[in-house]
Design a protein around this ligand. Sequence first.
Ligand SMILES: [Fe+2]
Length: 509
Amino acid sequence: MDLWPDRPSRRSLLAAALAAGAFPALLRHVLAAEVPRFDLGVASGTPRPDSVVLWTRLTGDDLPDEVPVRWELAHDERFTRLASRGSFIAQASSAHSVHAEAAGLEPARSYWYRFTALGQQSAAGRTRTAPAPDAAVDSLRFAIASCQRWDHGHWAAWRHLATEPLDLVLFLGDYIYEYPLLPSAVRLHRGGWARTLDGYRDRHAQYKSDPALQAAHAACPWLVVWDDHEVENDYAGLQGERLQDGFEAQRAAAYQAWWEHMPMPMSARPRGPDLRIVGRLDWGRLARLHLIDHRQYRDPQACPRPGRGGSNTVRLKDCPALDDPRRSLLGWEQERWLAEGWSLDRPWNLLAQQTLMARFETQDRQGDSLRWTDGWDGYAASRQRLLQTVADRRVPGPVVLSGDVHAHYVADLKADFDDARGEVVATEFCGTSISSRGGAQSRVDAALALNPHLHYGRSDQRGAVSFTLAPQQLQARLLTVDDPTDAASTVRVAAGFRVDARRPGAQRA
Ligand SMILES: [Fe+2]
């Protein structure tokens, strides 16, 4: 498709300028017209049965404080049958981002959308509304993805996912990384540490410049949650990893830039250092999706290194706080919100969240159990409360979707992981990273032997997971990229699993 179908040629504009005898003013205009305005692509998100959020961000250093942007939403790819249209004032205070909400739409429909501003037209994106809450739905096709570290590789996984007929992408965190330029990287981060509003904005803009990511955003609506690197490695609530002063302002800047670059509604706009990403979406009678946040409301990690915040790997017997029931990964309010909101009359409940929920036992040379304190293992009582509620209420089809650890894991979840014969109460699919490097596979192999509830573990694969959900069964395809340093790499299915709606636990497909 022509990206700029309405754009006059530079030569014809110059000729017109000369003919009009108004060269200086018109030359400025002509040169300005050459600045691409939609360089960061388009996106849609937060699909509802009657609405969807349409996103873009205008580019160029010469933008006035306010720029009117028109948007169109059509039933067809050629925009011959418009369903809705409107305008949005992009403001400098929000980095000229657009968060238009197309309302009054029909449920379970595909639409195409595009934007026009400053004489230029954006590429078109495809989006889709959710089914009506009481509609019978045969299937939901979706993918989970996380951890797209720019300087670790290219994003062939996104290029592949853009070609799959997905209803939805669930992005589970680490959309950007805050790290500075590393000279040895596959491709270079622009600038130093992202810690200020300008720094975070520039990092988001750099990531959004990737054509594979733009294609994936333009292909279907996304639901997005974050993890730590959208702000800073291993932060916890209002505590930075370095216990530094001023972290609240840093978090506010990071959340503001994150909201500006995500297809989130205006109503989600952050207030100071707070931004609510927790939410629910019913996909007809088929499934309820729950989106949770384990960064903003958590207690600090247990047993940190001296003088530091953030994660640690500790011996279980040396750190009783790991099991302290007063600590929470989600915060008490969110724990209650989640416990009260499981759907009991749909076959599936999908929990979109950040990190591996399955117990991940590793041992030191003396055979002592080790725990990594940043994940669910660092908040074992919080996990136990969640899974016990799922078991007690007989929550139908609970499937936990995770990212963060840069490895594919497929797991059976239990209220008591120490009981090898204990009841399986939920299933987990932890998707590997789009590009961020994983740890040693030898360590994962050792862990597979110690954790019989893990069916699969591969830290040496980059990719994502693609799912087909039907009333009776969930099918999962674990995707892997042959060469993460090659933007055109082949993407293959590394393994397939299925889950039966009436029986928690993963089975090889
Ligand atoms: Fe990550």
